[in-house]
Design a protein. Structure first.
Length: 376
């Protein structure tokens, strides 16, 4: 009789050989390494952890023990803002009250009269009217011509620099191509006549655009008419920082319409207001660099573009026709059922299945023909 003895491995501390752990074989032949983001392996807290950048995990090769490699997401480059000369900022110009110009012009005119009296060229009636003594008649010599030049220049400088400022208007002054300041004062004033004056409207203005290309959320081409409320905030940048600030504003509105989807009236609730807010924010940011302040950009009229208007009209007519047809069929079926039920319940006719089907068919044709003529 053979006895089988089982040998129990002795512990390593007792001097016996230590048992070597053997890794079990794969239970699933197509086993693959699971991809786990690295930032989840080092979490010590149970609460949520805020990660500033979400890493992208690249798959590691099977059986190599290679750690996942992180690929940092590419940050989009910021969109360049329109650059304007930083020194080109509106500042007040130096002007004098209008009384100073009137006084200088009057002094110049008086000097011309005095030079004429001194030269003896003033007519005697004028001398008598002015109460002047008789002139010695020295003639037009160099001294008299110099007096004429000085008095005439003073008069031209005084009267030529008079200007009138209006409410809601401003003067942009320049000298030999250089910006010299802006005048927003009202009333009579004196401005250096050598300065070039350019008038600009600084009142609150609204502009209703012509139909501009746009698109809705599904990409259907539209034509949008928008109402823009704006004003010139910095006159120096508006007139000197761009060639034509009104054309620039128009281009900004058209560019914003190309980026923001708008909806036709009757679309989702609040979509029109949301589109108007986004349009206002985009146009205000683009126009701020040239001294324009935009308060609102709101679509006031929407219509389909000519290339899709016919197709959308046919689709709308087809939808209305299908709805009317379904309503008519439901009404005809109800009328036929009511007629056949009344005839049979009152005992006016006795119908078998074949006669009932024939009656229903005839009544349906008659009712449909009658409703069709009524619709026409």
């Amino acid at each position: 009789m053979t006895t089988t003895t089982s040998h129990t491995p002795e512990p390593e501390g007792l001097g016996g050989p230590a048992e070597v752990p053997v890794r079990p074989g794969r239970l699933i032949q197509n086993e693959a390494t699971t991809e786990i983001p690295v930032h989840l392996l080092f979490r010590d807290e149970a609460g949520p952890v805020s990660v500033p950048l979400r890493p992208t995990v690249v798959a590691r090769r099977q059986g190599t023990g290679e750690q996942p490699r992180l690929r940092r997401p590419v940050q989009p480059k910021p969109r360049p803002e329109p650059e304007v000369d930083p020194d080109l900022v509106e500042r007040p110009a130096r002007v004098l009250p209008g009384a100073a110009g009137v006084l200088a012009g009057a002094c110049g005119a008086a000097g011309c009269l005095a030079a004429s009296w001194w030269a003896g060229v003033l007519p005697p009636p004028a001398v008598a009217a002015l109460g002047l003594p008789a002139s010695a008649g020295a003639g037009l010599g160099p001294a008299q011509w110099a007096a004429y030049a000085g008095a005439g220049g003073l008069g031209l400088l005084g009267f030529g620099g008079l200007a009138r400022g209006r409410t809601g208007r401003a003067w942009v002054l320049g000298l030999f191509g250089r910006y010299r300041g802006t005048v927003r004062r009202t009333g009579l004033m004196w401005v250096n006549p050598l300065l070039l004056r350019r008038r600009v409207d600084v009142r609150l203005r609204h502009w209703r655009s012509e139909p501009m290309p746009a698109a809705d959320g599904n990409g259907v081409a539209l034509r949008a008419v928008v109402l823009v409320v704006w004003r010139v905030k910095d006159t120096a940048r508006a007139l000197l920082g761009v060639e034509d600030h009104e054309s620039y504003l128009r281009e900004c509105v058209e560019a914003a319409l190309a980026r923001v989807p708008v909806e036709m009236p009757g679309g989702p609730r609040g979509s029109v207001e949301a589109a108007a807010d986004v349009l206002t924010r985009l146009v205000a940011r683009d126009a701020a660099g040239v001294g324009l302040e935009v308060f609102s950009v709101r679509p006031v009229r929407m219509e389909y573009a000519p290339e899709v208007a016919a197709a959308m009209h046919r689709r709308r007519i087809a939808a209305l026709d299908a709805r009317d047809r379904a309503t008519m069929v439901t009404s005809v079926v109800d009328s036929v059922e009511d007629t056949v039920t009344r005839l049979t319940m009152r005992g006016l006719v006795e119908l078998d299945d074949y006669e009932r089907k024939a009656l229903v068919k005839d009544l349906t044709v008659a009712f449909c023909a009658g409703r069709g003529e009524t619709a026409i």
